[in-house]
Design a protein around this ligand. Structure first.
Ligand code: G3H
Ligand code: 13P
Ligand code: ZN
Length: 308
């Protein structure tokens, strides 16, 4: 079916209290692995490309692959620009005709400037029938803040979130409640500010987005380590914290790191076990299979299985 908008997919998720995974791709193999999972789970899916992915593989190249994959699929597929920090890149993505959703990440700007720029891009996106995700607060590990004051200054303020949504008209809001990007999120226990999340949901009733949500599952991490990857101290968000966050109002969950470690583990193991093989199709197949496994687990956990 043709691509659908983020708004369409998240409105349904918001009503029925589940979350849809947004998975980052950099190449054909990652896309194939994610689409395979969406088919197997009969789940809606959001395919994300970051600025880095666009620099690596090309906006048009990745977009064309996603359009073909969506057309062949029976599941609702959203094509989304992840973390558009560069205003002009967001404009380019909106005008490209490829995306059905873009994220403008003005979180590093002062509040009023973030509102001003987000509002302008919302108008531009909506004119073309595209959804817009905005961001408020700094997505940084909860352990980075030592005092309550520091935490309050960086994590999303519920009253500001309400005001921000009302004034910008964005379709989804990425909030900061203690997650961070990458493989090293916590040195101690996985902990999110669930109380803050509940307050934001209560005040906004909006589809809320959790970035930095990878779990760094121990089976994949250990496989990576066994075959030579040095990620001993990596730690992600626990499945229990994710489930609680969904029950408290998260409707979109961003995953990149877990796909990276699955890809890495698959390649490392295959090459170690099959040193004579030089065929990239053979080398990348186990990596794809591991990504599909990881994504299927997420879809089940997020409650999006059988919703597509
Ligand atoms: O949130 C960021 C994603 O993990 C994308 O990472 O900028 O290295 O592509 P990247
Ligand atoms: P992770 O690094 O936890 O996978 O987060 C990805 C993300 O938020 C992409 O926007
Ligand atoms: Zn992110």
């Amino acid at each position: 079916m043709p691509l659908v908008t983020l708004k369409k997919v998240l409105t349904k998720a918001n009503k029925r209290n589940y979350a849809v995974g947004a998975f980052n791709i950099n190449n054909l193999e990652m896309l194939q692995a994610i689409m395979e999972a969406a088919e197997a789970e009969r789940s809606p899916v959001i395919i994300s490309t970051s600025e880095g992915a666009i620099n690596y593989a090309g906006m048009m190249e990745l977009g064309s692959l996603v359009h073909i994959a969506a057309k062949r699929s029976k599941r609702p597929v959203v094509f989304h620009l992840d973390h558009g920090k560069n205003y002009n890149l967001v404009v380019e993505a909106i005008k490209s005709g490829l995306y059905t959703s873009v994220m403008y990440d003005g979180s590093s700007l002062p509040f009023e400037q973030n509102i001003k720029k987000t509002k302008k891009l919302v108008a531009m996106a909506h004119k073309r029938g595209i959804s817009l995700e905005a961001e408020l607060g700094s997505i940084a590990g909860i352990e980075d803040f030592v005092s309550v004051e520091e935490k309050d200054a960086h994590l999303t303020n519920p009253d500001q979130a309400k005001d921000f949504i009302r004034r910008t008209g964005c379709d989804a809001l990425a909030i900061a409640v203690g997650t961070s990007h990458g493989a090293y999120k916590f040195s101690g226990a996985s902990k999110l500010d669930q109380k803050r999340l509940t307050q934001i949901k209560l005040l906004t009733k909006m589809p809320l987005v959790l970035h930095g949500a990878s779990g760094v599952p121990s089976n994949i991490k250990n496989l990576c380590i066994k075959y030579g990857c040095k990620i001993e101290k990596a730690k992600g968000v626990s499945d229990a914290s994710i489930k609680k966050a969904i029950s408290n109002g998260i409707n979109k969950i961003n995953i990149d790191t877990d796909l990276r470690i699955a890809f890495d583990a698959g390649i490392r193991k295959f090459l170690k076990d099959n040193p004579e093989v030089i065929d990239p199709r053979k080398i990348l197949t186990p990596a794809k299979e591991l990504i599909t496994k990881v994504v299927r687990h997420k879809m089940k956990m997020f409650g999006s299985s059988n919703k597509g």
